[in-house]
Design a protein around this ligand. Structure first.
Ligand SMILES: *Cc1c(COP(=O)(O)O)cnc(C)c1O
Length: 215
């Protein structure tokens, strides 16, 4: 068993079926991801379209049933490629992106699950729609673009207690009848599950530490 495979088992044991595990494989090579696929993991997250394009088509040939989630910011000129590569887009955060993804899904005859990223901490450097703008944006996604929005995603500020952010996101999802809640990472996924996460995004606790900070 590789280290990643034993760490995966430990994380799955801690989750204990309470949420789905998205294994975040950004910065790790196809060769490093393969043992985790061999161990049965099928949900993965990547934050860059180009990096996913280099790794995942090949891995999908070898392993069936993969569900790939885009968890990083999307540029509208990459929307077509993202729709081709991914099964779920967790980072819909502005009208231009919602429109581009809806248009490319229609063109490709493919319906991806979409989550709206909410900037619960109002951090200027972070992607995501402001909480107070969510109602209007969600209405726009549904009415203007017919985008299949199934949930919400957030990345709380690095400093401080993430729980209030998880609570706030869960409350927003409930208010809008959205079932999927993507929240919690290596350091706080158990807190996120307590607050209702249905998807947790865990990278370094499975694959090990990454060489540098990525978005
Ligand atoms: C990298 C990343 C993760 C995983 O972070 P870890 O702390 O390594 O578990 C989760 N969500 C997003 C959006 C990420 O970019």
């Amino acid at each position: 068993m590789t280290d990643a495979v034993s760490r995966l088992a430990a994380i799955q044991a801690r989750i204990a079926g309470r949420a789905a595990l998205v294994a975040v494989s950004k910065t790790f090579s196809a060769g490093e991801i393969e043992p985790v696929l061999q161990a049965g993991q099928r949900l993965f997250g990547e934050n860059r379209v180009q990096e996913a394009a280099a790794k995942w088509p090949g891995l999908r040939v070898k392993f069936g049933g993969v569900e790939l989630h885009l968890i990083g910011p999307l540029q509208s000129n990459k929307a077509a490629e993202a729709v081709a590569l991914f099964d779920v887009i967790q980072t819909i955060d502005r009208p231009k992106i919602a429109e581009a993804v809806a248009k490319e899904m229609k063109k490709a005859g493919k319906r991806l699950r979409c989550l709206i990223q909410v900037n619960t901490g109002h951090e200027p450097q972070k992607a995501g729609i402001a909480p107070e703008a969510l109602d209007g944006f969600l209405r726009q996604c549904r009415e203007d673009y017919a985008l299949p929005v199934s949930g919400l995603m957030c990345i709380p500020p690095v400093e401080g207690d993430p729980r209030p952010h998880f609570k706030a996101l869960a409350e927003m999802a409930k208010r809008h009848g959205l079932k999927e809640l993507s929240m919690g990472m290596s350091g706080d996924f158990e807190t996120a599950i307590e607050e209702g996460a249905t998807l947790v995004r865990v990278g370094s606790a499975i694959f090990g530490s990454r060489p540098q900070i990525t978005r």
